[in-house]
Design a protein around this ligand. Structure first.
Ligand code: NAD
Ligand code: ZN
Length: 385
């Protein structure tokens, strides 16, 4: 037997830029990431836009055009507008439209796709960009809180297929991410709030100070005040990026996924609701549930659990939904195990800002946590009536 042990090392670098008013010709952010080091030819860019961003920010297309003129890059025809929200990830026609655009506009591996939209659009466009010509450079411009602080800044892309979420996908880092706070101006309240769940999540598993800040600022955040919102988005994104950079497992080869804290039930609730419940809304419920379980297992104390509940609740999250009582706990854990690739690994809390991976969940204890969460929520609703 002869074996050649092949080893290839690839380093990825990509900037995640925080700015405002990105298409103001005075704003250098986009021009800088487009030019990079290569100054020989003017870059070719094709934009793909979330339909709701397009509808609510109708001047965007003209602003992109003026920006392209001012900075001398070539815009390939007018942007392609695709559906917004989870449905976009289930449509082959959307992928085909992007592939067709790549062919028609002769987009090559040195050109850029500029994806502007929520996490769902970024996931789908990212997948198309990564697979056309085996990879076209992708610039993401996230337009929801959740995509600016989590979904749009990492290395994963994917679409839903055969009834399974993110069944087709790839780990392909973007060329750059540009977070423009102003793009969030047209967001509905629920989409401003949803992304805060990811900030609470990453604070709980990684950073006590950040938890304290969120707790202190919870009413201002619930009112979507700009300054605390911007700080929340930045710190949450930073903690996610730190994890991808330092975990030693950026492409998720192992089973441990600390950033999936609260997500085993969240994924299930989202799917059960036919995606009526947003990802972040489901994550908030999942966080409450797994925090309660951590408390019941004596891993965190009661006061910590109560503060987590208060934070989520004061941010305005509904901490239960009809699907929660209908959820089959065992089957959902089993599905999550499959999703992880074989071994069950669930993140639980050992404190505010610290977490541990466990490989077993006591389904009976978890079911009583589900019942307790539902009860609490019902009592809260009754109080407010
Ligand atoms: N790739 C990853 O690492 C990763 C991580 C977490 C979540 N995700 C995925 O992200 C998706 C959720 O993303 P999301 O929470 O951004 O929701 P979303 O993309 O579904 O957007 C929610 C709604 O807001 C609309 N919208 C977007 N920007 C808007 C704006 N500025 N003004 C008004 N409306 C706007 C969208 O059209 C949609 O209707 C899920 O598919 C989830 O699986 C991906
Ligand atoms: Zn998430």
């Amino acid at each position: 037997m002869i074996t050649i042990n092949q080893e290839v090392q690839v380093n990825y670098h990509y900037p995640v830029v925080f700015t405002e008013d990105v298409f103001n010709p005075e704003n250098p952010a986009l021009a800088q990431v487009l030019r990079g080091k290569q100054r020989k030819r003017s870059p070719k860019v094709v934009a793909v836009l979330d339909e709701n961003v397009h509808r609510l920010q109708p001047s965007l297309i003209n602003r992109i055009k003026s920006y392209a003129l001012a900075h001398q890059f070539e815009l390939a025809r007018k942007p392609l507008v695709v559906g917004g929200g989870e449905a976009v990830k289930g449509k082959q026609a959307v992928l085909d439209a992007i592939y067709q655009l790549v062919v028609d506009e002769r987009i090559d591996r040195h050109s850029y796709i500029l994806a502007i939209g929520g996490g769902a659009v970024l996931d789908a466009v990212g997948y198309a960009a990564a697979t056309a010509h085996r990879g076209i450079r992708l610039i993401r411009m996230p337009t929801t809180v959740l995509s600016q602080n989590d979904a749009g800044i990492g290395v994963k892309n994917g679409v839903n297929h055969l009834g399974r979420k993110n069944f087709l996908g790839c780990f392909t880092p973007p060329h750059a991410v540009i977070n423009d706070y102003r793009l969030l101006e047209t967001l509905e309240a629920r989409d401003r709030r949803a992304g805060m769940a990811e900030a609470v999540k990453v604070a709980l598993i990684r950073d006590r100070d950040f938890f304290e800040e969120l707790y202190e600022q919870r009413f201002a955040l619930a009112r979507f005040e700009a300054e605390p919102m911007q700080r929340m988005i930045f710190r949450c994104a930073e903690l996610h990026l730190n994890h991808i950079r330092n975990s030693g497992d950026p492409f998720e080869m192992g089973s441990a996924r600390p950033l999936d804290f609260g997500h085993w039930s969240a994924h299930k609730l989202e799917a059960m609701s036919g995606y009526r419940i947003r990802h972040g809304e489901a994550v908030a419920i999942g966080l409450a549930l797994d925090s309660l379980y951590s408390f019941k297992r004596r891993m965190i104390n009661e006061r910590d659990f109560e503060r987590i509940w208060t934070l989520l609740s004061d941010l305005g999250f509904e901490l239960s939904c009809p699907e929660l009582t209908e959820m089959d706990v065992l089957a959902s854990l089993e599905e999550f195990r499959e999703h992880l690739g074989g071994f069950l690994s669930i993140t639980l809390l050992t404190g505010l800002g610290s977490a541990v991976e466990v490989n077993e969940i006591d389904a009976t204890a978890m079911k009583s946590c589900v019942a307790a969460i539902t009860d609490r929520h019902a009592r809260k609703l009754a109080q407010h009536q």
